[in-house]
Write a new protein. Structure first.
Length: 420
């Protein structure tokens, strides 16, 4: 069980209790939902005080103790859910958003200005890739992708290439990466940021997208990331019935994101925050079961003659640089990975169309097992050469293993592989 130094309670325990005090809510054992868009000021003086608490100073007041103004700025369920996610991410604070992409786009808008460069891992979620290489590029930002997150020489070369285009202000890392599980060495990237600071007089902010593993299997802030970003739609929500995103980190950075969120209006609403509080209570259990199932599924696929490639983290070669980083950074291989079958796109399509139990859909992290074909779905907008460079091919499929009985999943995969 992972222990937090501050409280000595395990993360599993804190996932059930952090951020909610029944005594502050008429003794309700579970969080009520505050379905209101606005809040009545008790007096003119208090109205002034609450506006001062929100707008003055570097960061908005985060506990709601001075009261609330309007739900786009802050609301009681947001305070509860942010406190819980910050605890799980071992951060001072967290900002919650309407989706993972709301978090990603607010991060980019908050810290990048025209003329800046941004260094990012590749592969990276297709939406993030598209944001950086279309909209942010149109805004005058220069994205530079690196394809080997454990190789110091490659990372240095790419950081130099980025700095040649403009001040490097943000490093966006996704590790493990969607969909291939490529690993990036967060501590190494933190040392690289120190060197960039010496070269250009300003240290870039490092954000790590932790969506693939989540807080029980990886804590990016403990390895040198400044910000930990998560699509809560996935493992935290856990049931494919909710959307949300979070960015956790120090008060000063999260406060900036919250201020911009108020202007962009992309906060998490009361119902979604309530859903999240409920869902994270079972996240540790779901994670444990999905990780165990994934090991069984990955072993079956690795040993199947029609499977030609598999990126499951549990199979990283002993002695490889990736394995050394994995051992230091991750507590388990997670439950989403990709694999290739024989026969190119036609083979993959025959296989997908034959599945009965596994559901053919994008997204990941739900109780149900989902499978998709990244080249034609999640990473459709990424140019073919860029996909090919990071092994997202015509026969690549991404599977997010759920919490069903593993043998039922294996049986379905076995019968569908007959169609390949
Ligand atoms: N980051 C990663 C790694 C993802 O896989 C996704 C979505 O699949 C996102 C961010 C975006 O999250 P959302 O779909 O909640 O906007």
């Amino acid at each position: 069980m992972a222990e937090t130094p501050k409280t000595r309670l395990s993360l599993e325990t804190l996932a059930i209790s952090a951020g909610y005090d029944a005594a502050e809510h008429q003794g309700a054992a579970k969080p009520p939902i505050y379905m209101t868009s606005t809040f009545v000021y008790p007096s003119a003086a208090q109205a002034k005080a609450v506006h001062q608490a929100f707008f003055d100073g570097e960061v908005p007041e985060k506990s709601g103790k001075n009261g609330f103004i309007y739900a786009r700025l802050d609301h009681p369920n947001l305070v509860m859910a942010q406190a819980r996610i910050a605890t799980l991410d071992r951060a001072e604070d967290s900002a919650l958003f309407a989706s993972g992409m709301a978090a990603v786009s607010t991060l980019a808008q908050c810290f990048l200005r025209p003329g800046d460069s941004v260094l990012h891992s590749r592969p990276i979620y297709g939406g993030t890739d598209m944001l950086l290489h279309t909209h942010m590029t149109e805004m005058g930002v220069h994205p530079v992708g690196f394809t080997d997150g454990v190789d110091e020489a490659h990372l240095t070369q790419m950081a130099d290439a980025a700095m040649a285009r403009g001040p490097l202000t943000l490093i966006m890392v996704e590790s493990p990466a969607n969909p291939t599980c490529a690993i990036a060495d967060i501590a190494l990237i933190s040392r690289l940021a120190d060197r960039v600071a010496l070269a250009q007089g300003r240290r870039p902010i490092i954000s790590v997208d932790n969506t693939f593993l989540g807080p029980f299997l990886q804590s990016p802030l403990e390895h040198g990331a400044d910000l930990c970003l998560t699509s809560l739609t996935k493992y935290a929500g856990g049931h494919s019935d909710f959307m949300g995103g979070s960015i956790s980190g120090p008060n000063a950075l999260v406060g900036k994101l919250k201020k911009l969120r108020t202007l962009m209006g992309n906060h998490a609403d009361p119902h979604n925050c309530w859903m999240l509080l409920r869902s994270v209570e079972t996240m540790a259990l779901r994670t444990e079961r999905a990780v165990a199932n994934a090991r069984t599924i990955a072993t079956f696929l690795r040993d199947h003659p029609k499977v030609v490639r598999i990126t499951y983290l549990g199979f990283l070669a002993e002695g490889s640089p990736e394995r050394a980083v994995y051992d230091r950074q991750c507590a388990a291989p997670g439950s989403t990975f990709s694999f290739d079958v024989e026969g190119g796109e036609a083979g993959a399509f025959r296989f997908l169309d034959r599945l009965r139990l596994l559901r053919f859909a994008v997204s990941l992290g739900g109780t149900e097992t989902l499978i998709c074909h990244p080249a034609t779905t999640t990473h459709y907008a990424v140019p073919e050469e860029a996909r090919a460079a990071v092994h997202i091919g015509p026969a690549t499929m991404r599977v997010s293993v759920g919490i069903e009985t593993a043998s039922d999943l294996v049986a379905d995969l076995a019968q569908a592989l007959e169609a390949v």
